[in-house]
Structures are given as C-alpha cells and as structure tokens.
Design a protein around this ligand. Sequence first.
Ligand code: NAI
Length: 308
Amino acid sequence: MKVTVVGAGAVGASCAEYIAIKDFASEVVVLDIKEGLAEGKAMDLMQTASLNGFDTKITGTTGDYSKTAGSDIAVITSGIPRKPGMTREELIGINAGIVKDVATNLVKHSPDVILIVVSNPMDTMTYLAHKVAGLPEHRIIGMGGALDSARFKYRLAEALEAPISDVDGMVIGGHSDTGMLPLTRLATRNSVPVSEFLSAERLEQVKEDTKVGGATLTKLLGTSAWYAPGAAVSALVQAIACDQKKMFPCSVKLNGEYGLEDICIGAPVLIGRNGIEKIVEIELDEQEKQKLSESAEGVRKTNALLEA
Ligand code: NAI
C-alpha cells in the first residue's frame, strides 16, 4: 500500500506520522514545493521508526511527482491555512490554484488513486477535485466530518464528564463554522441519548463549541490545528487500506441523497478499499433537514467563487 501526502506542513507531516505509526502502509511519499522540507520531514520521521516500532518507509521529494507513481491513496494538504480571525472560505483564492495543479499531477502519475482532500475550504476543494481529476466519484473523499465529529465527541465527553470511548456522535454538513451540523439528537453515551444526561442549554453549548472547534484552536495556536486533522486523515487512510468499511462523515459528491445534488458536503459514508463504498442516508428531522439545506447554500456560494 503506497500513500502519497502532498504538503509537508503541519497537517501533512502529522498525518504521515500517524499513518507510519499504525504500520499498515508499506510506503509513504511526502511531497512539497518548499525545497528540502519534505525530504527533511521524511528523514526526521524515519528516525522515529526504531523508537516507535514501525516499518513503513517514508521518503520526501521537492515537487517530483514521478516519485508518487503508483500511489493507492493520495492526501492533499497543500495550501495555506487560516490565521486567527479568518474563515476557511477566505483561503479559496490561493488554494484553488494549488489543489487543481496538485490533483492533476497526482492522477497523471497514479490513475487508480483514491484522493483525500484536506485543503480548505475543503468542501469546495473536494468539488474542484471532482471537476479536474477525472476520477470516478467514489475515489474522491473530502476530510472534514471525521475531524469535526472527533471534536464533537471531545466536547460531549467534557460536558458528560465521561471517557471519550463512552460517547458517540456525528457532525454532518459543510466543514465551516456556520455550516457544520453536530447531530446532538443522535449523540449517545453508552448507547443512551445524551439528552438523558444534559440539559438543552448544555447541549446547545456543546454544539456551539464544536462548530468553532477549529477557530478556537487557531486563536490559541496562531495557525490551524494539526494533530487531530492528521489523526482524522490517517483513520480514513487506514479504513481504505484495511478495507474496514467503517462509517465516517466525509465530504462526498451527492446525487440526490439528502435532497442535494451537484455539491460536495459532509454526509455519513462507509469507507473501504474502493474509497466511498456507500453513502448512508440517515433519517433527519425537519429542523436538521432545514439546517443541512442552509449549510448546502453556504457551500454553493463558496463553490460559485471558483468561477470568479
Ligand atoms: P502549512 O502551511 O503548515 O502546510 C502547507 C504546505 O503546503 C506547506 O509546506 C507548503 O509549502 C505546501 N504547498 C503549498 N503549495 C504547494 C504545492 N503547489 N505543491 C506542494 N506543496 C505545496 O498548512 P497546514 O496547517 O498543514 O494546513 C494545510 C491545509 O489544510 C490548509 O488549507 C488548512 O486550512 C487545511 N486544513 C484542513 C482541515 C480539514 O479538516 N479539512 C484541518 C486542518 C487544516
């Protein structure tokens, strides 16, 4: 299993590290345009192999896509991250050009690749990848909901004063502060609805804290987060590599599911060796349907900027 990670910055390096540590891939190639950065990160990570006990071979390259040839999976993390006070949508001008160029180069060298898009604004970058890559729809996955759901579980566990492994919850919709939709109605603690334990006000607070999860970290760190994004990507890569058919909310091209089409937005999917094995349609109540439709409007507005 060969995995390419484009972008050797904070998120790219973190996801390469998590993939290597889990030891399911034979090879990880990291590519960046900044001279020497990918080679340096790869070498540094390889020097953790004997300490962390993995055999995955990590190599780096400055822009040489021939080194990525034959990749089964490629992760696109190249592009600028947001600074405090910025929205993800404000990154589109620079990142659209980067994602277009990177996706085209990746597919040229690995026609059978499964692409995981991370660069922001992620739903729009995933939509762009569909336009330029010429891959079957099940082979393009946007990573956002897996991270947002992990942040939701963190906030739920905090509110419940429970271990994280006791809680379950999912975030669907657009990967933006206003667009994401933490499904509090379906969240559980040991299979019991969390509304049995938390007041409506506390649950509302959990929802709001989840939605600004990225912005909160950006304010603290001065740039966007990397550990949880890297871990979320590596979980998707592992689900593909090990054919887990595991459910994650991911940005996927919808063709009528949830009443939406010609859009990439977060919905629950089963991830396995073919990429998106199935889009799962969960029953939403009227309020959730309305929120998802508003979220889709927001994503469409950002998509329209691609034409500008
Ligand atoms: P970073 O600035 O640390 O790293 C980005 C890297 O991309 C840099 O090393 C840069 O040299 C490289 N790069 C730029 N243009 C390139 C090109 N044409 N080809 C190859 N490499 C290129 O940024 P960070 O923090 O790693 O974030 C990366 C992206 O991921 C940002 O757009 C950020 O907003 C997004 N992000 C998305 C998340 C999600 O849930 N979808 C979560 C966190 C970050």
